[in-house]
Design a protein around this ligand. Structure first.
Ligand SMILES: Nc1ncnc2c1ncn2[C@@H]1O[C@H](COP(=O)(O)OP(=O)(O)OP(=O)(O)O)[C@@H](O)[C@H]1O
Ligand SMILES: CC(C)(CO)[C@@H](O)C(=O)[O-]
Ligand code: BAL
Length: 406
């Protein structure tokens, strides 16, 4: 079984470690856990102040004014900004809850988290916009940017993965400041961009999550250690950011199903909000990895969305799950420059195979050790998930669509 990439400072390229302070007092860039705790403590301060106000107009204890609060966390200098927001120790005691590493809180300033690996595109901004809608004009959105070594196997693209922190912060700042209806109507935006040694201060975490059977099929068959690494960082980031909502894109449908299962099975007090796939005008699902494609590969990559369209069309014409899969697979197999990894029709929550095709692994591929064969119902009801993965050149792309069978 492939090992995951070791956690070390070496997995944080120098380019990711420097970024200027954001040019907007409602945007805060934090790199350490203490800075994050201090920035979040501002919300707790506001919450305490609101409560104080509501019981008789007592003096504000935490700075209820948004501009004032933002000034205190931003300053010109990040470390200084964190200090101005109060010490991490104060953060840990503010608002009556345990701080960094503590449990999610109830009440307080509404907060949502959008977890990303950076190199932000419009798909990510859709998640941020939905997060902003959820938290409202006085709420806080936390965007995390972290290329998580634990979810990359040795030989995958950890080192090559695009790291564009400065542009990402500028893009988020511009989205916040955009005039009129386009601007994000949100109180504060915190960008948490930790280095690996900040996320994993003790090196390789000794306690690990077992993502269970869903993680053994499709993406998990090709990337057997991937979802354990994803859930490890997602749960840790949930504890560090303590959101009411966490937003995930439907583009990573198996990740979404696993995060939902984790939240359900481990009783994590957060609401998971799925966001639809954002596509380029010609149909290609937006992905940070699209940047790897040459112009020719970019054309060839359209086979994925065309295969989804063929599957949808087959369903409209009355095809069952197996027929939908066959229609999609035919398009992929005919496409020049495209090497199919899988085409599968599965239940969107349990990922049981609905097409009888052995989870869509082409050519009867051998399941990895520990893989669990999940038998699905013969007559699926409700929307089914048509999920695809293919290599275009050296770039591995995924895409999917929810399809109603008649
Ligand atoms: N096109 C998209 N539409 C909707 N959500 C998306 C899209 N692309 C990414 N997301 C979501 O954004 C979050 C962060 O994803 P990530 O940073 O890995 O971006 P990505 O473009 O999927 O990168 P990758 O190339 O690694 O797949 C995830 O919840 C992911 O599902
Ligand atoms: C959820 C996530 C940020 C965890 O590293 C990543 O898997 C992603 O970007 O989809
Ligand atoms: N959005 C998927 C993250 C990964 O491929 O590692």
């Amino acid at each position: 079984m492939p090992m995951t990439t070791p956690v070390s400072p070496a997995s944080a390229p120098a380019s990711a470690s420097a970024a200027p302070a954001p040019r907007c007092d409602r945007v805060t860039l934090v790199r350490s856990r203490d800075e994050l705790a201090a920035a979040l403590a501002v919300d707790e301060g506001a919450d305490r102040a609101d409560r104080a106000d509501s019981v008789g107009g007592a003096d504000r204890v935490g700075g209820g004014d948004k501009t004032d609060r933002a000034d205190r966390v931003n300053g010109g200098d990040r470390a200084d900004g964190a200090a101005k927001a109060g010490s991490a120790g104060a953060a840990r005691h503010a608002g009556g809850f345990a701080g960094a590493g503590g449990v999610p809180r109830a009440g307080g300033v509404p907060r949502a988290v959008v977890m990303t690996m950076g190199a932000l595109h419009q798909g990510h901004f859709d998640l941020v916009a939905e997060a902003a809608r959820r938290v409202g004009a006085d709420g806080t959105v936390v965007v995390t940017i972290f290329v998580n070594p634990l979810q990359f196997a040795a030989g995958e693209d950890l080192d090559a993965y695009p790291r564009t922190l400065e542009a990402d912060v500028e893009g988020l700042t511009a989205a916040l400041r955009a005039p009129g209806e386009d601007g994000l109507a949100v109180g504060r935006l915190i960008v948490f961009a930790p280095a690996p040694e900040v996320m994993y201060p003790n090196g390789e975490p000794s306690v690990r999550l077992d993502p269970g059977p869903i993680a053994t099929v499709l993406e998990g068959a090709t990337r057997p250690t991937h979802f354990a690494g994803v859930l490890q960082v997602v749960l840790t980031l949930m504890h560090l950011t303590r959101p009411h909502w966490a937003l995930f894109g439907r583009k990573d449908a198996q990740q979404l199903a696993l995060v939902r299962a984790m939240v359900r099975d481990l009783a994590v007090p957060v609401e998971i909000v799925p966001v639809d796939i954002r596509r380029e005008p010609d149909g290609l699902a937006m992905s940070s990895r699209n940047a790897y494609l040459s112009a020719r590969e970019r054309e060839q990559a359209l086979a994925l969305s065309q295969a989804l369209a063929a599957g949808r069309e087959a369903a409209r014409a009355g095809a069952d799950a197996a027929g939908v899969r066959t229609a999609a697979l035919e398009v992929l197999e005919k496409a020049p420059g495209v090497e199919v990894d899988y085409a599968a029709v599965v239940d969107p929550d349990s990922f049981v195979d609905l097409s009888g095709a052995g989870l869509g692994l082409p050519g009867g591929s051998v399941q990895p050790a520990g893989a669990v064969e999940l038998a699905g119902p013969s007559q699926p009801v409700g929307p089914v998930l048509l999920a695809l993965a293919a290599r275009v050149g050296t770039t591995r792309l995924i895409d999917n669509a929810l399809i109603d069978l008649r």
